[in-house]
Design a protein around this ligand. Structure first.
Ligand code: MG
Length: 171
């Protein structure tokens, strides 16, 4: 029987993606902390729980789930030496010229329009919270986080943009 995309091992695909992120060292709370850091000055009364809810909502989107599944799979395959050359070495080196990791992350931020794009550009430069850790851990002990750091920045940027949209509509 074919496995339905929305039902991985009997779980919701969102729960599967959350478990996968945790396996790669990223908790939703880590992403929520990034959202809080970039959004708190614009939204008085914003809480970490509010940011966590927004991250959870972003992860409901199918295109977000698929971007995460794709990028994390490539990181994992590169770690195992299973990505064909020359791509395998490019992913392991996390070459700044590669750029497809950022392109894939934009599939996540696009869900919330141009604010998502702006937030992503900011996070890509500033590497707040766990983003710095992920970036520095990449390459350590055979770890490949080439896609993961951008995907996490993408989810955080989208969650922040989602909060901004809701905030402006509520005003
Ligand atoms: Mg990257």
């Amino acid at each position: 029987m074919a496995v339905e995309a929305h039902d991985v091992e009997g779980r919701d695909l969102r729960e599967h993606v959350i478990a996968l992120l945790e396996e790669r060292g990223v908790r939703l709370r880590d992403i929520a902390e990034i959202v809080y850091a970039i959004q708190k000055d614009y939204q008085p009364g914003l809480t970490l729980d509010g940011c966590l809810d927004s991250v959870y909502e972003v992860l409901r989107k199918r295109e977000v789930q698929y971007a995460l599944l794709t990028g994390i799979a490539l990181d994992q395959l590169a770690e195992r030496g299973q990505v064909p050359e020359p791509l395998g070495s490019i992913l392991i080196a996390d070459s700044p010229l590669y750029g497809i990791d950022e392109v894939l992350a934009l599939a996540i931020t696009n869900v919330y329009g141009s604010i998502g794009f702006t937030n992503f550009g900011y996070l890509d430069k500033r590497k707040i919270g766990i983003l710095a850790e992920l970036h520095n851990l990449g390459g350590a002990g055979g770890r490949v986080n080439t896609f993961l750091d951008d995907l996490v920045a993408g989810v955080a940027a989208a969650a922040a943009s989602r909060l901004a949209h809701h905030w402006h509509h509520a005003e």
